[in-house]
Design a protein around this ligand. Structure first.
Ligand code: PBG
Length: 324
């Protein structure tokens, strides 16, 4: 009897026949950027992840490029917030300034920007509120178009709207096209579940809603069929890449999407996934490296083509060492 045993006998053969070969080109590393000077501040809930001031960014980008990572997604933490999130589209907003600085020094890095209002609103919700404190979908998407345009004008390469408002992809596509940015791709956070796995990010970005939750606009994790519906709407509206978020508890969703659409699939392995592994690793409860390799591989096996992960640097090293 041989049920594949012969192909498992040496490491070289296992590597030769492995179905998953993770490629560095598919990795996206998240960066948190704040106002100020000379700041590289560790995020308490996310060991070894930092908030950088703009003057500290170049050094970090150099490190990333040296490891062979070519894509970053930027999150801004502004000093001032207001109830309409106007800091998100200012010419001298934190992301706009960071983009100009990065693009001045590097042209080999792809800058993706998260388009959302929650880091810029005083109430922490992802949109404008009506008089009953409910997010006003249609007013919000107009502003999202403005935010996206301001990012591209400052140098962003790809726009990634993460707010989950209805109709936003169409609105953003229109806004970009009107300004002539017809070749700028949109990664849609089409399938974003209302998840407790975002907890550490909200500490990092200071974006916890001051009341209520995001269940009226993010998806219910009991729903699987709805994911495909969300993806198809966004494709029809002009999305170029479809994202599933979080990743680890949503491998079934990643596979469904992979099997049913023809666009590249991106998964976002979020802050809670990162912090759980880091904390358990630091306490020697798990072998951190091996768990990173195994969980990451499972996301690719589920069908993701692209992965946003706080472990991008570790993964790049593991690839260099031939460990994945
Ligand atoms: C902004 C946004 C969030 C994340 C990415 N973009 C937070 C949220 O929706 O609450 C979470 C990322 C992570 O947890 O790593 N809307």
């Amino acid at each position: 009897m041989n049920r594949g045993r012969r192909l498992r006998q040496t490491e070289n053969i296992r590597n030769m026949v492995s179905e998953i070969k993770v490629n560095k080109n598919s990795l996206i590393y998240p960066l948190f950027i704040q106002e100020g000077k000379n700041i590289k501040e560790e995020i308490a809930a996310m060991p070894n992840q930092f908030r950088y001031s703009i003057d500290k960014l170049s050094f970090e980008i150099e490190n990333i490029l040296k490891l062979g990572i070519k894509n970053v997604i930027l999150f801004g933490i502004p000093n001032e917030k207001d109830c309409v999130g106007s800091g998100a589209y200012l010419e001298n907003g934190i992301i706009q300034k960071a983009l100009r600085e990065i693009k001045k020094n590097f042209n080999e890095i792809t800058c993706i920007t998260d388009v959302c209002m929650c880091e810029y609103t005083s109430h922490g919700h992802c949109g404008i509120l009506d008089k009953n404190n409910i997010v006003d979908n249609d007013k919000t998407i107009k502003i999202l178009g403005k935010i996206a345009t301001s990012h591209i004008e400052a140098g962003a390469d790809i726009i990634a709207p993460s707010d989950m408002m209805d109709g936003r992809i169409k609105e953003i596509r229109q806004a970009l096209d009107e300004k002539g940015f017809v070749n700028t791709p949109i990664i849609s956070y089409a399938i974003k579940y209302a998840s407790a796995f975002y907890g550490p990010f909200r500490e990092a970005a200071n974006s916890t809603p001051s009341f209520g939750d995001r269940k009226t606009y993010q998806m219910d994790y009991r729903n699987r069929n709805e994911a495909l519906k969300e993806a198809l709407y966004d494709i029809e509206e002009g999305a170029d890449i479809i994202m599933v978020k979080p990743a680890l508890s949503y491998l079934d969703i990643i596979r469904d999407i992979k099997n049913n659409i023809n666009l590249p699939v991106c998964a976002y392995s979020v802050s809670g996934e990162y912090s759980m592994i880091k904390m358990a690793g630091a306490n020697n409860i798990i072998d951190e490296d091996k768990i990173i390799i195994e969980t990451t591989t499972s996301m690719y096996r589920a069908g993701t083509d692209i992965l946003i992960t706080y472990f991008a640097k570790e993964i790049a090293k593991f690839i260099d060492e031939g460990r994945m």
